[in-house]
Design a protein around this ligand. Sequence first.
Ligand code: ADP
Ligand code: MG
Length: 484
Amino acid sequence: MEQTLRDRYEVVIGLEVHAQLLTNTKAYSSDVNAYGAAPNTNVSAITLGHPGTLPVMNRKTIDFAIKLGLACGCHIAPLQHFARKNYFYPDLPKGYQITQDTTPICTGGQILIRTEDGTQKSIGLTRIHMEEDAGKSIHDVDVYDTLVDLNRAGTPLLEIVSEPDLRSSSEAYNYLTEVRKLLRYLDICDGNMEEGSMRCDANVSVRLVGAKDFGTKVEVKNMNSIRNVQRAIEFEITRQIEALENGESLTQETRAFDALKGSTISMRTKEAANDYRYFPEPDLPPITVSAVQIEEIAKEMPALPNALFDRYTKTYGLSAYDAYNITDQKGLALYYEELISTTSNYKAAANWLMGEIKSYLNDQGVEISAFPIAAQRIAALIELIDQGKISNSIAAQRVFPALFESQETPLQIAERLNLIQSSDSSVIEAFIATVIEQNPDEVSRYRNGEKQLIGFFMGQLMKVSGGKADPKAANGLLRQKLES
Ligand code: ADP
Ligand code: MG
């Protein structure tokens, strides 16, 4: 689509995220909550909603919702009710979902995203409420029939609903990245979109720039990665603008994203809220959340990525780029925290983490949690460099690899491999003498004015000394000898 045409429209996006909670048991029963169990093995009569059974609220779900609410600056409702949302679906054995309708646990608050130009933008949250998942219909295992696995039925979910504050697919991408990061930092959801433990419905509309009212929105489902949410939104933007330009009107509907084709197709026109016949859940008493309970949870909150980002940039002087990449994964941030509890060379710690350590992780295809070297040993390595005992490159090329092979300290390794740099002038002078002897032509050229050859001599000196001559001391001595 032509950019000029596209520029005439403003994109409006609101996202609904479902996060499956990492509780041991389900939302309203003691059924095990686990991914990947044999089909229909974690399904009790409560999950099936059999007559005579009663749901019991899982306290953990409430705690997790409060954690997320605190992290996003939400208001937490002191008194809440549950509601039944009724609909028929083969994988919904009860015929209704227990959810929250008029009294969600969290309202207001925001998610901070960083836009492409580095500025921050706050995306408002409408609400976060607790509900339960349905089972799973499996269409692609049996050729003739659809199979149903009810293990997922009753799994606790948080639904996080954003205000229509997002203005581009890349803002939506950044928003989801931040939401997933928070869920992972808080340890309440694994955020795995591929396995469906975090899901996103994208509400997309367009309007002419300057228009007062929002356009008709379309809800897109079925994206199994953040990248695919972005692709689905891009497709919708083009489709909607083209339709409007052709004089068509858009209908409020739900569409499914086809990742192979990169397009969306209509699933159903949107049901109105009253189709669900919401009514208060009669089997669960209302829940209350006290200030004391909130305070207790607040005390246990881990450091969150935005706070860490601020500390790393403002207090430790890291670049925004480094701070963003370190806080991007909780594991990296935790490792960095350990590093800087032993070294105060914050910049070097960041360089080692994002340099040698990150490339090791990439090569091995593992997460930082599987990195075998204790942060204290990396900190000790940094100290060796800072003391001038070894150079950065010797540290990276010789000592770092040796850390994997023994439990020795970096100093012991450097001594054993005979790598300790010498700033002792008699030792360096001996190396210089060798260099001068081996390169008579260059020496006379230098003496005839080609001073830039100093670089060549330093290179030779490092070669002859095996990288062990302290460059600062060596440079001065070398000039002295060449000039004499
Ligand atoms: P529904 O009842 O259809 O789910 P809601 O009003 O609850 O609709 O909104 C659901 C999501 O759609 C929210 O994230 C909201 O921000 C977003 N939304 C609402 N109106 C629009 C719009 N015109 N364009 C894009 N997103 C919208
Ligand atoms: Mg919706």
